[in-house]
Design a protein around this ligand. Structure first.
Ligand code: DGL
Length: 294
């Protein structure tokens, strides 16, 4: 297991008696469940030298149907835990958490917890690439109900590319298909066709579709099967990995606080065995998992 940075070098932040390890540590990757493993995979392929802690809140997944306040509360608990475990940089590898909690955490909580630590999301790095991909300037987003309702993608696209029209479609059955290992099952076809059809019905000029949920790459073979030819499908993992590499290059002070032994430690809020079994579908390898409570 990764040598976690918990033994020495604690600092008290802002007189709040918030004890956080100050020595360099792993990069934290958080998701409500298994979906963030698709992001972790790409990050580790691009940046194999760094150490990572993956935390999946499987006991409380899915987040996609939960209220803003609850997603914020759960995500903040996870970020705190990852800081306590020694992370200085945390990636919310979950669109729902990025949409509903990231901004509040960055604005209200980080200054109190430790202004030098950073929490980054997955929406901005995904949207940044979209300007070069769409020719028609009409794009679609598939995501959880929470992500679509938050309009985070619409707002982010508007900021960066005001000429692009965005349509969102919630796919509430897709995360359960992945979480219950039914991604390749016959039942999946019905729901995959249903939401793709509902999205494309909104605007026939859509030529680019963002998979705005970290679980969806696991459904990619079937999504490709039902997506009409000529429509590009954008998966986030590689974009987020590239953006993190760029972030670390631009922030040497943060890079210096990330340890490099090429290791990853996995935590789940559910059963270790269950996580290890399902995670092997995402990672194609057997892993050691630890339980923790948030
Ligand atoms: N993987 C999460 C995302 O990217 C959603 C899963 C959930 O609903 O918890 O939005």
């Amino acid at each position: 297991m990764l040598p976690l940075n918990g033994g020495t070098g604690f600092s008290i932040m802002n007189g709040m008696q918030q004890l956080l390890p100050s020595l360099p540590g792993p990069i934290g990757v958080f998701d409500s469940g298994y979906g963030g493993l698709t992001i972790l995979n790409e990050i580790r392929t691009r940046l194999p030298q760094y150490d990572f802690i993956y935390l999946g809140d499987n006991a409380r997944t899915p987040y996609g149907t939960r209220s803003f306040d609850i997603v914020y509360e759960f995500t903040l608990q996870a970020v705190r835990k990852l800081f306590e475990l020694g992370c200085h940089l945390v990636i919310l590898a979950c669109n729902t958490a990025s949409a509903k909690a990231l901004r509040s955490i960055q604005m209200h909580d980080l200054p109190k917890l430790d202004p030098a630590r950073r929490v980054l999301g997955v929406i901005r790095p995904t949207v940044e690439c979209i300007g070069d991909l769409t020719r028609t300037r009409h794009i679609g987003i598939l995501g959880t109900s929470g992500t679509i309702r938050s309009e985070s993608y619409v707002m982010e696209v508007r900021k960066l590319f005001p000429d692009i029209e965005v349509h969102g479609q919630a796919c509430p059955m897709w995360v359960p298909l992945v979480e219950y290992n039914e991604a390749a099952g016959e039942g999946a076809d019905y729901f995959i066709q249903k939401y793709i059809h509902a999205l494309l019905e909104q605007d026939e000029r859509i030529d680019t579709v963002i998979l705005g949920c970290t679980h969806y790459p696991l459904l990619l073979p079937k999504i490709k099967k039902y997506m009409p030819d000529g429509i590009s499908i954008v998966s986030q993992g590689e974009l987020v990995a590239r953006s993190l590499e760029d972030y670390l290059a631009r922030h040497p002070e943060m890079e210096a606080r990330c340890t490099r032994h090429g290791q990853c430690t996995y935590f789940t809020t559910e059963s270790e065995e269950k996580f290890a079994e399902s995670a092997s579908t995402f990672l194609n390898q057997t892993i050691q998992v630890n339980h923790l409570d948030l």
